[in-house]
Design a protein around this ligand. Sequence first.
Ligand SMILES: O=C(CO)[C@@H](O)[C@H](O)COP(=O)(O)O
Ligand SMILES: [Fe+2]
Length: 228
Amino acid sequence: MNVRRPKIAPSLLSADFAAIADQIAMVEAAGADELHLDTMDGRFVPNITWGMKIVKDLRRLTALPFDCHLMIVEPERYVDAFREAGADVITFHYEATPHPHRLLRHLREIGAKAGIAINPGTPAAMLEDLIEEIDRVLVMSVNPGFGGQSFIERALVKVEEVRAVLERRNPACEIEVDGGIGLANIERAVRAGADVLVAGNSVFAAGDPPAALREMRSRVDTARAASR
Ligand SMILES: O=C(CO)[C@@H](O)[C@H](O)COP(=O)(O)O
Ligand SMILES: [Fe+2]
């Protein structure tokens, strides 16, 4: 059984970039385990965010691990640059490359944690021949592209399915859930088997973001203790 303490990764997509140093310091002080950075290219997803330059500059602001979620086509062209910019976990989309196996191996070779994300319409079974090559599976619980969307409940079934396969074949691999995570579902995500909970709007758009993050932390720890 999985007994790791789940991590909470605030998503900077929902942060105020005019005050980004303060926003990062705030979530770090409130107990964030990682920072989730969403790169979008306007092709794989309809939205556009930031690239390596921003990741590199943000790297100077914190020692928290950077969880770089690449929602871009041809991710193999950019992963080295994201690693050099300071990415610790690099997660590309299964749907964005014809060679996910090769890319997962390459990510480990360059010293990154190798992450692969699956969209809501992609079955967990598509990871079957990749399982041993993965350090983190990201189960999308919204269609990628925007923060603040509603959680897709079916994602929890997928987390359970991925957890069952990982228990047998790659127990060290983490499961991350991304999209619409908040107090209404964070405990259920942990009970389903999630190790990393991404939270954008539920932190940065809250009236009291540090309090929201601490409440999530407490609920996550209680849920994990209860599921042991
Ligand atoms: O990858 C994405 C969206 O595509 C996410 O990381 C969002 O940034 C999560 O934001 P919330 O749904 O938690 O507001
Ligand atoms: Fe994301």
